[in-house]
Each structure stands twice: as structure tokens, then as C-alpha cells.
Design a protein around this ligand. Structure first.
Ligand code: CMC
Length: 430
């Protein structure tokens, strides 16, 4: 690489490719002209060395364990900010003034109700449906209820659909939960803040109102901040790819939720808690560490490892503190799961296999224990992740739509199937 170009030599042919530098982070080689000049594609399944877009929203330094939203360290936002302020920051690029914040909070709060017909839509699901299945469907269905905000070329409609998604996700998430446990839906209450409103919609019943605990509400708000965005992860890339064809934002976010559900991504919080429950006691940890290290065993320590972080996930550190706060508040200080988690972390951090592969606890390692203590069943963990990540998905979708150079995402492939051959009638096939 020299100056602002990189030279690629293929056989006896050398071509110059432009390079681009970001404000921080690695420089990229712009390989868009490669096919025109060489007739070749690049090959990078899993995108391990490929930047799929230019973005100004979130920055991660995986080696140093740094996460910045619009330049602000996650630790500072989690300590001093609140979730709706973080939403504003991610969407508009700057922290809001007091007046902007009050206006934003007001607008989000006024969109929390969902169309009454949605309740009927829910009745079509089996009661034992996984709430993530219900979320994929109900968020996708929003486009059938809110036609007046699906024209993506209209900035006002884009703004309204963004507000609607941030505001209605807690309502839909709480409805998905209430439906699976056979309790009536609880309407949002606009005098409550965002996390308290969500807790109340989940845990209130008509015969007994739920008074949100401010310590739990603050902890939940912090969990939402930690999950709000994470640059071009699998679900965000899914949202961008779906949106690149011009699909409406409700459909795109439903696609993101579907991707998030997988255990290698957002489903890991549910899987991590199930793993801790299966391990059960500290004395059983060594056998699980051995399984995780065994090449012939597909078992992995859930909540460990990350494609980008090769250091302690900064979100996991904050999450660990939040877990202690919540357990203390609820009087679960001696939760056996926490004991197993702390010991598992301690052993893994000193084990050669994990050190060499740079496998550290990620955010999902501690979030499950915290959410379980708050009263959420494991099946709701990924739903809460989806609720919080919605703003990140929208901010990334909006950034893409507003980029004048945006075009449909259309990767190429390395084809290894049959070459051209002629059709043979069934009687002549062997
Ligand atoms: N336990 C044991 N070994 C592991 C683990 C683990 N959790 N994670 C990675 N490894 C090993 C893996 O076997 C491989 O070994 P080798 O080089 O000998 O083949 C090496 O570490 C590299 O792993 P990889 O699968 O090539 O790495 P990746 O970047 O493709 O995968 C990951 C990243 C997060 C999918 C993976 O670490 C994993 O499956 N972790 C458990 C699931 C999890 O906690 N996911 C949540 C991620 S954070 C939240 C989110 O993004 O949604």
C-alpha cells in the first residue's frame, strides 16, 4: 500500500486500487473496480476482512475493548445517560439539549400504543409460541397497520416510522410475553419513563398494579443502552441488506429480529443462562471447560468469544456490575447461578485455550442472570435485546437510505456447482 492506493499483483498484471481512511480504525482498500480490471471477485465468507459500508454511528476497537456511540464511550453513556437520550444520539449524531430531549421523550411516549386490531392479530398465535417468533411476525405486521409511514422516500414518514418502532417495541414485547403466559395485555402508561413503562406492561395485572422499582428500571435502562447498537453485526447487516432494496422499515426490522434470534448472535443470552443452569454447581465447571476445548465436541461456552472483541467486551464489564446491583436489590446476593458464572469466568480467563484464542466474556454472559432475577423467563431475553437494538437498526437503516450513493446490496459468489448441462427426460435418467 502506498499513499492513497494499494497495488494488487495478479500474475504479471498489477492494478492500483484506491484506499480510504476513516476517522479512526483500519484503512480500507476499495475493491469496487477489481472486477472491471481483472474479471475477478474477492472472496470473504463471513466478512472477516470486509467493510460492507461507510458509517458514522458506532465504532468498535476489538483489540482494545472500546465501544463508542457517535464518539462517546459506552461506559460514560451507561453511567450518566439514559436510553432515550442514547436513541437520540444514535439517530441524529449529537446528544440532545434539554429542550430537544424533552421533545423527543414526548414524541416517543405519544407513540407507545399499538393499533387495537394488533391484539386480534396476536390471538392467531399458539400460546406456546416462542416470543421471538411472535416478535418477527408482529413487527413485520406493523407495515400492514401503519401504511402512512412506509414511503421511505419521504423524510417525514421515515421519522414517524422510526418513532413508532422505538415507541411500540416495548408494547409489542410485553404483549408477546403476556400472551405466552395467558394474561391480559396491559396498555402503556405515558406518565412512566421508558423502562418503567415496559416493566409495568410486563408485570402488572388488572387485579394488582405493578409499581416499578427505580433501581430495576435504571438497571434495565442501562441494559438497553448497552445493546442499542454494535456497528455492522449480523442483524444490522440484515436490516441494511433488506432496506437496500427499498423495503419498508417495519419489514426491515422484522428481518433484523429474525437474524438476531440465532444462538450465535442475540440468542446467546438465552443459551448462556441455560448453560449456567445445566452446569448448576461450581464443581461441574471443569467438565464443561473440557467439553468447550474438545475439537470433536460442538459445545461452546455460551457468552464467551466475539468476532470483533479480542479483549474483554466493555459491555460485559458494565453488565457484570449491573448484575450485582440487581441481585443485591432483590436480595439474591447468593444466587448459585452467579456463583457458577463468576467461577466459570475466573477459570476461563486463566485457561491457556481461552487466553490463546482471546475468548473473553461477552455481554450475553451476565445479561441472562440479571434478566432472570428481574422476573423475565429465558425466552424473553432475546426479545429484550431486540427491543434495545431497534434504535441501532433504525439509525443504520436511516443512514443508508439518506446516503446519495446508496445502491441495492448484491454480493457475488464463488460458484462450485455443476457447469452447463442439458436437460434429460425422466425415462432417460440413470
Ligand atoms: N467456546 C469455546 N471455543 C470457542 C468459543 C466458545 N464460546 N468461541 C470461539 N471458540 C473457538 C473456536 O472453536 C475456534 O477455535 P479454532 O480456531 O481452534 O477452530 C476459535 O475459537 C475462533 O472461533 P470462530 O468460531 O472462528 O470465531 P467467530 O468470530 O466466527 O465466532 C462467535 C464468534 C461469537 C460466534 C463465537 O465466539 C461463539 O460461538 N460464541 C458463543 C456464542 C455467543 O456467546 N455469542 C454472542 C456474541 S456477543 C452478542 C452478539 O453479537 O449478539
Amino acid at each position: 500500500m502506498s499513499g492513497n492506493t494499494a497495488t494488487l499483483t495478479i500474475g504479471d498484471k498489477a492494478i492500483e486500487l484506491p484506499t480510504k481512511s476513516g476517522s479512526v480504525g483500519p484503512t480500507v482498500v476499495d475493491i469496487a473496480p477489481l472486477y472491471k480490471h481483472t474479471g475477478m471477485f474477492t472472496y470473504d465468507p463471513g466478512f472477516t476482512s470486509t467493510a460492507s459500508c461507510e458509517s458514522q454511528i458506532t465504532y468498535i476497537d476489538g483489540d482494545e475493548g472500546v465501544l463508542l456511540y457517535r464518539g462517546y464511550p459506552i461506559e460514560q453513556l451507561a453511567e450518566h445517560g439514559d436510553f432515550l437520550e442514547t436513541c437520540y444520539l444514535l439517530l441524529y449524531g449529537e446528544l440532545p439539549t434539554a429542550a430537544q430531549k424533552a421533545d423527543f421523550d414526548y414524541r416517543v411516549t405519544r407513540h407507545t400504543m399499538v393499533h387495537e386490531q394488533m391484539a386480534r392479530f396476536f390471538q392467531g398465535f399458539r400460546r406456546d409460541a416462542h416470543p421471538m417468533a411472535v416478535m418477527v411476525a408482529s413487527v413485520g405486521a406493523l407495515s400492514a397497520f401503519y401504511h402512512d409511514s412506509t414511503d421511505i422516500s419521504d423524510p417525514h414518514q421515515r421519522m414517524i416510522s422510526s418513532m413508532r418502532l422505538i415507541a411500540k417495541m416495548p408494547t409489542l414485547a410485553a404483549m408477546a410475553y403476556k400472551y405466552t403466559i395467558g394474561q391480559p395485555f396491559v396498555y402503556p402508561q405515558n406518565n412512566l419513563d421508558y423502562p418503567s413503562n415496559f416493566l409495568r406492561m410486563c408485570f402488572s395485572v388488572p387485579c394488582e398494579d405493578y409499581k416499578p422499582n427505580p433501581i430495576l428500571a435504571r438497571a434495565l435502562d442501562r441494559i438497553f443502552i448497552l445493546h442499542a447498537d454494535h456497528e455492522q453485526n449480523a442483524s444490522t447487516s440484515t436490516v441494511r441488506l433488506a432496506g437496500s432494496s427499498g423495503a419498508n422499515p417495519f419489514a426491515c426490522i422484522a428481518a433484523g429480529i429474525a437474524c438476531l434470534w440465532g444462538p450465535a448472535h442475540g440468542g446467546a443470552n438465552e443459551a448462556a443462562l441455560k448453560m449456567l443452569q445445566e452446569i448448576g454447581t461450581v464443581d461441574r465447571i471443569p467438565q464443561y471447560i473440557a467439553k468447550a476445548k474438545d475439537k470433536n465436541d460442538p459445545f461452546r461456552l455460551m457468552g464467551f468469544g466475539h468476532r470483533v472483541y479480542k479483549n474483554y467486551d466493555p459491555r460485559a464489564k458494565i453488565m457484570q456490575r449491573t448484575t450485582h446491583e440487581v441481585l443485591n436489590e432483590l436480595g439474591h446476593k447468593d444466587d448459585p447461578l452467579l456463583e457458577v458464572a463468576l467461577e466459570l469466568e475466573r477459570i476461563a480467563l486463566h485457561d491457556e485455550y481461552f487466553i490463546e484464542k482471546k475468548l473473553y466474556p461477552n455481554i450475553d454472559f451476565y445479561s441472562g442472570i440479571t434478566l432472570k432475577a428481574m422476573g423475565f423467563p429465558t425466552s424473553m431475553f432475546t426479545v429484550l435485546f431486540a427491543l434495545a437494538r431497534t434504535v441501532g437498526w433504525i439509525a443504520q437503516w436511516k443512514e443508508m437510505i439518506e446516503d446519495p450513493s446508496q445502491k441495492i446490496g448484491r454480493p457475488r459468489q464463488l460458484y462450485t456447482g455443476a457447469a452447463r448441462r442439458d436437460y434429460v427426460s425422466p425415462a432417460q435418467r440413470r
